[in-house]
Every structure is written in C-alpha cells, then in structure tokens.
Design a protein around this ligand. Structure first.
Ligand code: ATP
Ligand code: MG
Length: 233
C-alpha cells in the first residue's frame, strides 16, 4: 500500500526553481531511497513533504489524503516523522529531553519513549543524562532517529543519515532501518548520496538531477553501474 504519493511536485526559492515535476512514492514495509549529488534538490523534496517549505505545484498525498496545505505539526500528528540533514538535535538539552521533544504530536496518555529506541541504540540509554551537544556525531544521529521514533511514525523521512558518520555507527543505523522496514508498519523514505548504503537498504529508488527525477527502479537495478555513475562527481 502506498503511504505517501508525491505527484508532479514543483518548488521555488524566489525565482529559482528547485523541484520540477517530481513524482515519488513510499509504501509500508519498504525503504524508498532518493539518490542524488549535492544541490540537486533532495532536501527540498523532504522539506516539501514534511511541510517546512510551501510547494508551487503538484500534490502530496499521505494515507489517501492531500496534506499539502497542512502545517508541519499537523503532518507530524498524522504520523510523519523527520530526521533532518545535520541532525538538528538540541545541544543544551539532555538526551532524555531531546527524546521527549518527540512527544509533541502525541496525546498525553501515549507519551512514553518506546523500548525499541534503546534496543536499537543502546548508547542512548547509557547517556540519558548527558547533554546532546556532548555526544559524538554518530551518537547525535542515533538520537535524531530515536527522537523521530518516539512518535511511532507511519512515515519516517531521513535526510542523509550517514553524512559524516563513522562506519561502525553507519552499520548500527542500517540495522535499525532494516528492523523498522521488516516490521511492516511504516514507510521509510531515505535520502542518500552514499551509494553502498542505499544499495544495501533500498527496495525502490529514484535518482535526482537538477530538481528532476531522472531514473527510478526497484532494488535489482541498483546492481548495475549506471546509478553509481550518476552519483560520481
Ligand atoms: N533556503 C534556500 N534559499 C534559496 N535557495 C536554496 C535554499 N535551500 C536550497 N536552495 C537551493 O536549492 C537547490 C537544491 O538544494 P537542496 O538543499 O534541496 O539540495 P540537496 O540535494 O539536499 O543537496 P545536499 O546534497 O548538499 O544536501 C540548490 O541549488 C540550493 O542552493
Ligand atoms: Mg540536502
């Protein structure tokens, strides 16, 4: 089932067009990976989906309903969680407080950090009282993903979770994404430039160049060389 269906999306920054006719879908129990080099519009696409930037054309449907006019908070309440590029954790709040910022879209009765956050990322439990800013980059990335999982999303959107992260933590993050995918209760939309990580995880993929999708396919197509070449500088 298609949880998210983006059709013919365009987005502008002033007179500059960052997205042109972008269509992409994400299904429950699958990882959809959007690949592309620096500056092609990957983050702009995710910002449009989570509601941080207005769109200038096209539609965004989530769970069958058009959400393009909803505020970010309303989209979060419906089940869209965002792990932004650069992580954006709160450096002066503790790890526990950072996780609790994920409670905002939840009803009072359900405000509890799910155990799975600590099962997936045990380091977070041992650092609950530490300030976010004292964590390593990789630990901050795990915290950002944990914070997104606190709201038990139906769509998890991740923007370059491997950027600047050491290999051992990249493995932990890949394992967590695989676990969440296999649980089959959420759709995962992953933006990446790191081809090997995408190939390992993606059920479907789309490649962007200059604001457009130039190639789409299922995971088997990632074994050929053409997608890797599109990402090479
Ligand atoms: N706030 C903004 N104002 C004006 N132009 C912007 C803004 N944000 C992004 N852009 C431009 O829009 C285009 C797409 O940027 P975007 O951040 O979506 O790319 P990206 O694929 O995420 O890049 P990266 O891989 O470096 O994260 C770029 O040309 C960028 O300079
Ligand atoms: Mg980006």
């Amino acid at each position: 089932m298609k949880m998210l269906s983006v059709e013919n999306l365009s987005l502008h920054y002033g007179a500059a067009q960052a997205l042109r006719g972008v269509s992409v879908e994400a299904a429950l129990g699958e990882v959809t990976c959007v690949l592309g080099r620096n500056g092609v519009g990957k983050t702009s696409l995710l910002r449009a989906i989570v509601g941080h930037r207005p769109i200038s054309g096209g539609s965004i449907r989530f769970d069958g309903q058009d959400i393009a006019d909803l505020k970010p908070f309303e989209r979060a309440t419906r089940g869209i969680a965002y792990v932004p590029q650069g992580r954006e954790i709160f450096p002066l709040l503790t790890v526990r407080e950072n996780l609790e910022t994920g409670f905002a879209p939840l009803n009072r009765g359900t405000r509890r950090v799910p155990d799975e956050v600590f099962e997936l990322f045990p380091v977070l439990r041992s650092m609950l009282g530490r300030r976010g800013g004292d964590l390593s980059g990789g630990q901050q990335q795990q915290l950002a993903i944990g914070r997104a999982l606190v709201m038990r999303p139906r769509l998890l959107v991740l923007d370059e979770p491997t950027e600047g992260i050491q290999p051992s933590i990249i493995k932990d993050i890949a394992r967590a994404i695989r676990y969440l995918r296999d649980r089959k209760d959420m759709a995962i939309l992953l933006v990446e430039q790191y081809f090997d990580f995408a190939r390992e995880l993606a059920d479907r993929f789309a490649v962007m160049e200059r604001g457009e999708i130039v190639q789409k396919g299922s995971r088997s197509a990632l074994d050929g060389n053409d997608v890797r070449q599109r990402l090479a500088i």
